[in-house]
Design a binder for this molecule. Structure first.
Ligand code: G3H
Length: 192
């Protein structure tokens, strides 16, 4: 049976400073995850063929760089665009754009960053990815938290407006096996 594997990129430098977006490198701990990932994937996938999809951002490609499978990069897998808030921390956003901070809190799915995206926008741009995923064999997606929350909600049959609250932790391989009436899920933590 075919499976879809999901992983966030390893911890990045921006994850450490609490900054949104950007195109930073992996932290040392994130790099440890990149080194550990091939074994984790091998244990889950066995000898079946696999194709790895990443975003166009460095932290996803650095995370996938040791995986011995065909790789493809998709712009549509890039992280939710925080617009003018790109590179800021939540604390800075609260100071500089207090109304925006509240508006997002009130409706996280619909809130669109100034000059950026909402979760609803991300769901819309993921449509071609989802279509392609439905046609493909085993795919592993190494991408970003907000994007993975939307993909995860779709395959778990969770209403799309619940996407912002899906729990997709760092350094964890998620295996989804779509079945006719539900999707089987397994999570493998890397313990780093
Ligand atoms: O901005 C993108 C983050 O990965 C998602 O975090 O909980 O603020 O949407 P969030």
């Amino acid at each position: 049976r075919r499976c879809i594997y999901l992983s966030r990129h390893g911890e990045s430098e921006f994850n450490l400073t609490g900054q949104l977006g950007g195109d930073s490198n992996l932290s040392p701990r994130g790099d440890l995850y990149a080194h550990k990932l091939p074994q984790l994937v091998k244990e889950a996938v066995g000898d079946q063929p696999l194709t790895v999809w990443t975003s166009t951002l460095k932290r996803t490609q650095q995370t996938a760089r040791f995986l011995p499978y065909r790789q493809m990069q998709w712009k549509a897998l890039d992280e939710l665009d925080a617009g003018v808030c790109d590179g800021m921390t939540y604390e800075e956003i609260k100071q500089e754009y207090p109304e925006d901070f509240e508006a997002r809190d009130a409706n996280k799915f619909e809130y669109r960053y100034r000059g950026g995206e909402s979760y609803r926008d991300v769901v819309a741009r993921l449509e071609p990815i989802i279509m392609e995923l439905e046609r493909q064999e085993n795919i592993m997606i190494v991408t970003h938290q907000a994007v993975l929350r939307c993909i995860y909600a779709y395959f778990m049959n969770v209403p799309q407006d619940r996407s912002p609250w899906m729990d997709v932790p760092l350094h964890t391989l998620i295996r989804l096996e779509p079945r006719p009436y539900s999707t089987l899920e397994t999570r493998v933590p890397a313990n780093i």
